[in-house]
Design a protein around this ligand. Structure first.
Ligand code: ZN
Length: 178
């Protein structure tokens, strides 16, 4: 049995349990777990990333931020490398939305290479979803602003994967509201 595959599947199962009552903001209220699954899939399928810790952390990237999951719990179940990556990708809860964006951008420059790869896949998933399954209450301005923000984050993380950056740019150019 492959240890790596087992780690990735354990992360998918764990994340599914943690996010089980959460929905996305689109009109049909897609189950939240579809988002981390999409991020992990983009990393592997489109970015060629096969590192198990990266894929597991992608599946878990919102668990500390959006569920009752603690860092200690992730260390216990997945070990330190995966939990450190998830902590890197956890935004501070206590700040106003505008500050949150500013902090996420400042922080993006200093992420480890694996965390940057997850960021790139995350922003790719977000801009795709913004067009294919938009949040019910977002107007054009808000969507355009998010595209600009995602581009800045992607540029901050670009050095970690030229492949993922080109996937992001292709979708950015294809989907950006005109
Ligand atoms: Zn995300």
């Amino acid at each position: 049995m492959s240890k790596d595959l087992c780690l990735v599947l354990r992360a998918a199962f764990f994340s599914g349990e943690k996010h089980k009552d959460q929905r996305r903001r689109d009109a049909t209220e897609t189950p939240y777990i579809n988002h981390p699954l999409e991020v992990a899939y983009i990393l592997m399928e489109e970015g060629g990333i096969t590192d198990a810790a990266t894929l597991a952390a992608a599946l878990l990237h919102d668990t500390i931020e959006d569920t009752n999951t603690t860092r200690e719990e992730l260390v216990m179940v997945f070990g330190r490398e995966v939990s450190d990556l998830v902590v890197e990708l956890t935004d501070l809860k206590t700040t106003a939305p505008e500050d949150k964006k500013r902090l996420e951008l400042a922080h993006a420059h200093h992420l480890s290479p694996k965390a940057k790869q997850i960021k790139l896949a995350d922003k790719t998933a977000n801009i795709r979803d913004l067009v294919t399954m938009p949040p019910a209450n977002w107007d054009l301005n808000r969507k355009t602003a998010y595209f600009d923000f995602a581009l800045q984050i992607a540029k901050a993380a670009e050095d970690a994967s030229p492949e993922l950056m080109s996937v992001f740019m292709r979708d950015y150019n294809h989907f950006k509201p005109k």
